[in-house]
Design a protein around this ligand. Structure first.
Ligand code: AMP
Length: 227
């Protein structure tokens, strides 16, 4: 059972790395941000609450995230492991995650912390565009990640959109939330001996290689999941 977690500030590359690993090792990618973005489209009280909270850059209430994460981890495709990005985001959520893993009698394999400078995060936030059809992520501020046409996906031709929380005002709040609530849980995992810090300031391929070098040595993953 391989359970891989990413902890990092907004736009550090958690989702991009998780997607690459998910493809390479055939493990589901669980992103609480993605699940919440879907809920935010619902025409309901909870949909409206989540929509407003996401746009503000604040954290969604714990009881909502607990329900969605327990349900998702309980699904069949998670039986050989999963990659989790965006949860836990505070100490209470870290305790909840332990409780879920203990109930299943499984252990966290790795926590990758992506270290990225704030100025680089700001640039990525402003330039980030996502394809509404295939989910591919581009960046207008990076020549290596820019689409050929500003609002069209190179791969599927889908429309590229900017997330409602990808603006400087929301970013400042999300970054503050990260420093105050999320970064302190790194120490909690360091005590468990599962943390690897990765420099995420440079090319995605470079940090991906550093991460993959560690994961590919795991016996659990090499037998069951390598394609
Ligand atoms: P992300 O896609 O991970 O950047 O998350 C986008 C937004 O979703 C965050 O700014 C929060 O508002 C919300 N969110 C995602 N994961 C959580 C979580 N574990 N707890 C509370 N809010 C979350």
């Amino acid at each position: 059972m391989e359970i891989i977690m990413f902890i990092a500030a907004p736009a550090a590359g958690k989702g991009s790395h998780a997607k690459l690993l998910s493809k390479k090792y055939n493990l589901p990618h669980i992103s609480t941000g993605d699940i919440l973005r879907e809920i935010s489209k619902e025409d309901s009280e909870i949909g409206a609450y989540v929509h407003e909270t996401l746009a503000s850059g604040k954290l969604v209430k714990d009881d909502i995230t607990y329900k969605l994460i327990e349900k998702r981890i309980g699904e069949m495709d998670c039986k050989n492991g999963f990659i989790i990005d965006g949860f836990p985001r505070n100490y209470e959520q870290a305790l909840k995650f332990d409780e879920i893993l203990n109930k299943k009698n499984v252990k966290l394999s790795h926590v990758f912390v992506l270290d990225v400078d704030k100025e680089i995060l700001e640039k990525r936030i402003i330039g980030r565009r996502t394809c509404e059809d295939c989910g591919r992520v581009y960046n207008l501020n990076n020549p290596l990640e820019r689409p050929k046409q500003e609002s069209t996906c190179d791969y599927c031709g889908g429309h590229l959109f900017q997330r409602s929380d990808d603006n400087i005002k929301s970013f400042e709040e999300r970054y503050k939330m990260y420093l105050i609530k999320t970064a302190p849980i790194i120490e909690y995992y360091e005590k468990q001996g599962v943390v690897t810090h990765v420099d995420g300031n440079h090319k995605l391929e470079d940090s991906f290689k550093a991460i993959d070098d560690i994961i590919s040595k795991d016996s659990d993953i090499s037998d069951n999941n390598k394609k």
